[in-house]
Design a protein around this ligand. Structure first.
Ligand code: BTN
Length: 326
């Protein structure tokens, strides 16, 4: 675990014009020593970032690398939401969800972002590939004095809030939600969410909501991808600054989760139906060792998936992995 070093942010901002910067110029610009510069460059290389060293001439980055910046994120979030938040940003963490499980703030909505996760977690015990500086790995913890069973369908709401954030950024075309938690662009996975719920002895439920959004990732040899994926950069063909996107994700999540806690899942039903990728499709649903085939008939008031089986019976599923029947 390492908190994001503000000087590393400054260095990356400076090098993000992809011009050559000599050590003297960097020293003067950032007011740091040559030793500190070489240590920061070493850190970047250890995180897998390619920094070109031009000998005496200095350093260049082949690609812009704008790191996450708490000040910029806060500046972009409306004042009334901002005052509710406690935001922390790390260079590296095992998993932002796990960090929030251990580090609570009962008075605030705690937000954690990390440039890298060494043990990023996906649904169903899978891992979530989390390379340094490329994507958004964000977790938010909410507390409500309500029992855990009142939060069914929560991951659907998280998906809707991501979609709305993408709409704010004018990136919503071809985006849909695949029950229960995938954000797709066309047929490829753009983001996933991992919701973890606990209730303490006083009846206070802790909602830990983790979002992994592929932003600048272009390629990967990772065998762990079991599903075709894409990133915002692949879609729009240019690298993106993750700070405005993070701010929009946080802002939308706070709005959606508070409305969900007040009004319940069904007040979002129409919005869900509009973006439901599986609606009307013939699918295979894997649940544990069992496999079911059927036609998707939407969701019920718990957010469970309704499947019309071969015998015409409609069965509700609270969890499972869906794939389109070929
Ligand atoms: C999935 O689609 O399987 C869910 C992926 C969730 C990934 C995010 S990244 C931020 C947060 N921290 C984690 O360890 N996982 C979630």
């Amino acid at each position: 675990m390492k908190e994001l070093d503000p000087t590393l942010i400054q260095l990356c901002n400076l090098l993000s014009d992809c011009e050559t910067h000599d050590v003297e110029a960097i020293k003067n610009e950032l007011n740091i020593s040559a030793e500190v510069i070489s240590q920061l460059i070493q850190n970047l290389e250890n995180y897998g970032i390619q920094v070109n060293s031009m000998g005496d001439k200095g350093y260049t980055l082949s690609e812009p690398l704008f790191l996450l910046n708490a000040e910029e994120i806060k500046r972009r979030i409306k004042m009334d939401t901002n005052s509710l938040l406690d935001i922390e940003i790390f260079e590296t963490l095992t998993s932002s969800n796990d960090y929030l499980k251990k580090n609570k703030n009962p008075k605030k909505i705690k937000v954690c972002l990390s440039e890298q996760q060494t043990k990023g977690k996906g649904r169903m015990g899978r891992s979530w590939y989390s390379p340094f500086g490329q994507n958004i790995y964000l977790s938010i913890a909410f507390q409500f004095k309500k029992p855990m069973n009142e939060f069914s369908g929560l991951s659907l709401i998280v998906g809707l809030s991501i979609l709305n954030a993408l709409r704010d950024l004018e990136m919503q075309d071809h985006v849909s939600l695949k029950w229960p938690n995938d954000v797709l662009w066309k047929d490829k996975k753009l983001a996933g969410t991992l919701v973890e719920l606990t209730t303490d002895n006083n009846g206070v439920s802790q909602l830990i909501i983790g979002i992994g959004l592929n932003v600048n990732m272009m390629d990967s040899n990772q065998a762990e991808f079991i599903q075709a994926w894409t990133s915002l950069r692949q879609i729009i063909n240019e690298p993106l600054n993750r700070n405005p996107i993070s701010a929009s994700l946080i802002e939308n999540l706070v709005v959606y989760i508070n409305r969900y806690a007040r009004e319940g899942l069904m007040s979002f039903k129409e919005e869900w139906d509009k973006f439901d990728y599986l609606q009307g499709k013939e699918i295979t649903l894997m649940q544990g060792k069992e496999t079911f085939y059927g036609k998707v008939m939407g969701i019920n008031d718990q957010g469970h998936l309704l499947l019309q089986l071969a015998n015409n019976q409609i069965k509700a599923f609270s969890s499972g992995d869906a794939s389109i029947k070929k």
